[in-house]
Design a protein around this ligand. Sequence first.
Ligand SMILES: [Zn+2]
Length: 243
Amino acid sequence: MKPRLIPLLALLLLGLVSGSATALAAADEKLKAAAEQEKAPLIQTLHDMVMIESGSSDVEGLKKMADFTEGRLKTLGATTERRKTTAGAGADMVIATFEGTGTRKLMLIAHMDTVYLRGILAAEPYHVDGTRIYGPGIADDKGGIAVVLHALKILKDAGWRDYAKLTVSFNPDEEVGSIGSGEIISALADQHDVVLSCEPTAAPPAAEHETRGSGRAARRPRRWKSQGAHRMPAPRRIVGATR
Ligand SMILES: [Zn+2]
């Protein structure tokens, strides 16, 4: 987890609606300072989520993750709902909506499930080693959720509402192919101008416009497919926001 991830997502959100290099440069310094302030709270959030074991079949653990993330999104001012997945273990999705004053409709997606079975923390506990933090699911995808929550906190504190609608979707079954949430996410995505997939990865960008958050191709709606974002060649519509 690198601190620069937060301003990158925050800048992407700003850039998607402003399109102004000057505005971005001015915002950059403020956002960098805010991101530094947010570093310790983000790591605490990451710790709290890693301590919730939430494998794809662990409905109880996934409910705790949904309760945790929904509570945080409500605190940020979102209207939230829980949507039952249509297949698989039967855990809930968390869908949050922010109403803004701008024109574009933006969506952030990340997932709450991990590939680990209940009890993994006993064998692989959360721990810090120098500048690295280890724990089951910490990068896939609890780091993505933490970045979303804290980037939105930074932007809320900055008074940024330059969007028509900002939707956040956290699904509980990405590691099993989003079997019960993929169609719901796809339908939601079709209602937005841009979807950012918030999945930390070291992989190089798969699409020409990835990570830039600008250009018509990056904004053009495309059909979203429900494979794992870290395994799929991302359509241009889905921008790797946390690289
Ligand atoms: Zn993932």
